[in-house]
Design a binder for this molecule. Structure first.
Ligand code: MN
Length: 321
């Protein structure tokens, strides 16, 4: 009987699994990837009695593999906050999914599930998913100072930043290696004190990429929405997703899209609903395109054909005006 942990390579995925495995230690096989690699369950095969834990990847995108693994005799526990779609009922499947609230991430769902035992890691997860208000209020309730919370926020942003790329070679750290490093510490504060190099590396990379991001052209800009184009370069593939969070925080009235060219004549698109008017869900717009998906406040399209950029911009303008 084997344990297999399948998790998104971003801060929310990594910090969700840290909490789960601290609360329930097991020797496990890890399956993860870049942030946009979300149909991860297709890489998993199970034997009868195997335990598969899935964190922070859409149930909707993995449903057929959930059914296949159940058929193979696996037990599955599934924690997530992305679009679920049609549920599956099975005695060996346990789902802890909340795709209703834009203020809850997988890290906070796992935090509730294990009774808040490793809360600081849950806060890193929430900051990574840009759920600042949730993280701040939960952190203050836990008695953390504003300065400590800022520290966790930076760590969340940097781990999230590390997960963006077209392939693993764009990343500073492979998410499974990063998980193994972080997992050694009961608290992110211990990690930061005892192993400062990872943080320093991501901090330097982030700042360097961010300076370059600011020079990127706007394809469209109005008072209530903005679309930015990033060329196909390593730094652009890394910074796009966190740069857009920064813009969303800076201009809460505005909807944002960052289009990043890939090497195969398609683009990835990141979309953020205006924080101050969460009227029209971003995932609704994203799902109008073949490889689109995500959440109400943050969504994306994994492979938009380059010749559909204009089509997307029109749909984006209509959706958010
Ligand atoms: Mn998440």
């Amino acid at each position: 009987m084997h344990y297999i942990d399948v998790f998104n390579g971003d801060a929310d995925g990594i910090c969700s699994l840290i909490q789960l495995r601290k609360a329930n230690p097991q020797k496990t096989r890890l399956v993860t990837g870049v942030k946009r690699d979300i149909d991860l369950l297709k890489h998993v095969d199970a034997m009868p009695g195997d335990h598969v834990s899935v964190l922070d990847i859409s149930f909707d995108k993995n449903r057929s593999d959930v059914q296949r693994l159940l058929h193979q005799g696996a037990y599955i526990e599934y924690f997530d906050h992305h679009y679920r779609g049609m549920p599956v009922n099975h005695s060996r499947l346990k789902t802890v999914i909340n795709d209703e609230l834009p203020t809850i991430c997988t890290g906070l769902i796992v935090d509730q599930y294990i009774g808040g035992q490793f809360r600081a890691w849950a806060l890193v997860a929430a900051f990574g998913d840009n759920m600042i208000a949730s993280a701040m209020s939960l952190g203050k309730d836990a008695g953390l100072s504003h300065e400590s919370l800022r520290t966790l926020q930076h760590l969340g942003i940097y781990i999230n930043y590390n997960s963006y790329g077209e392939s693993l070679s764009d990343l500073f750290y492979h998410p499974d290696a990063l998980y193994r490093q972080l997992q050694q510490y009961d608290s992110p504060f211990d990690f930061l004190r005892e192993d400062p190099v990872i943080y320093q590396t991501l901090d330097a990379g982030y700042k360097e990429d961010f300076v370059k991001a600011k020079t990127s052209p706007y394809l469209y800009q109005s008072v209530d929405s903005a679309v930015i184009l990033f060329r196909s370069e390593k730094w652009a593939r890394r910074i796009g997703g966190v740069y857009i969070n920064d813009l969303a925080n800076q201009y809460p009235e505005r909807a944002h899209a960052v289009i990043t060219e890939k090497t195969d004549n398609t683009c990835t698109v990141s979309i953020r609903t205006p924080l101050s008017r969460e009227t029209l869900p971003a995932d609704q717009l994203a799902r109008k395109f073949a490889s689109g998906g995500g959440r109400k406040s943050a969504a994306g399209i994994n492979a938009l054909p380059a010749d559909q950029i204009d089509l997307f911009i029109e749909a984006f303008k209509t959706h958010f005006s």
